[in-house]
Write a protein that binds this ligand. Structure first.
Ligand SMILES: NC(=O)c1ccc[n+]([C@@H]2O[C@H](COP(=O)([O-])OP(=O)(O)OC[C@H]3O[C@@H](n4cnc5c(N)ncnc54)[C@H](OP(=O)(O)O)[C@@H]3O)[C@@H](O)[C@H]2O)c1
Length: 186
């Protein structure tokens, strides 16, 4: 049976997803959501995203890193290297769900090649961050698609994911995260 190919991303103001090789915000709620959604499933990363993870490999998940460099610099238990996104997907073929975890180059490829069955999208609201991005837009990495145009209802079935408010951790900074799941209609 073919596994469900999922992607997961958090998108902030102006479509920003990254700064340097890391995420431009700290959302405890989104960390909770990411862990709950991906735990136990293979996770595929672009090399830059993997390099920027504060702790790697991600525990209790097979980590597959896409890189065109053939030296296995990440050779560790539970970490595989793939020279293409298709080969990364093949390496986890026997499992029921696979997660594509970014970054921008990887999202762009999988969306352009229509590889995704389910897209988990967190929208991050932060007025402070919105101002920082306006002041220095060149420092940020952006999600490769306009969300409203790309996730159109004729191609994707949207669902909002609501967590009971006593489950989500309280944010330290003024940041708000809302969670969606888009299922590809075929
Ligand atoms: N907000 C979010 O949800 C989220 C999620 C993930 C990442 N991010 C952020 O996104 C930023 C990184 O994005 P990015 O686009 O710069 O880098 P990236 O997608 O993480 O990694 C790009 C690298 O992946 C490899 N790669 C890309 N396409 C490939 C392919 N088709 N086959 C094999 N290897 C391939 C190449 O590695 P080699 O150069 O080694 O060949 C390429 O340089 C970071 O700031 C990160 O924190 C945000």
């Amino acid at each position: 049976m073919k596994p469900t190919i999922c992607a997961i991303a958090a998108v902030g103001p102006q479509n920003a997803i990254g700064i340097d090789d890391r995420i431009p915000w700290h959302s405890k709620a989104d960390f909770y959501h990411f862990k709950k959604t991906t735990l136990g499933h293979p996770c595929i990363f672009g090399r830059k995203t993997y390099q920027g993870l504060p702790k790697r490999p991600l525990p209790d998940r097979l980590n597959i890193i896409c890189s065109t460099q053939h030296n296995n610099i990440w050779g560790q238990d539970g970490v595989f290297l793939a020279s293409s996104i298709e080969s990364a997907i093949e390496q986890s073929q026997d499992l029921d769900q696979i997660f594509i975890c970014g970054g921008a180059a990887i999202y762009e490829y999988v969306l352009n090649h229509d590889l995704i069955d389910v897209f988990y999208l967190t929208k991050i609201f932060s007025p402070v961050l919105a101002n920082q991005i306006k002041e220095n837009p060149g420092r940020y990495t952006y999600f490769p698609k306009d969300l409203d145009t790309f996730f159109s209802p004729d191609k994707w079935h949207p669902q909002q994911i609501i967590y009971p408010c006593d489950i989500l951790p309280i944010e330290k900074s003024p940041i708000q995260a809302t969670f969606y799941k888009f299922i590809r209609t075929r």
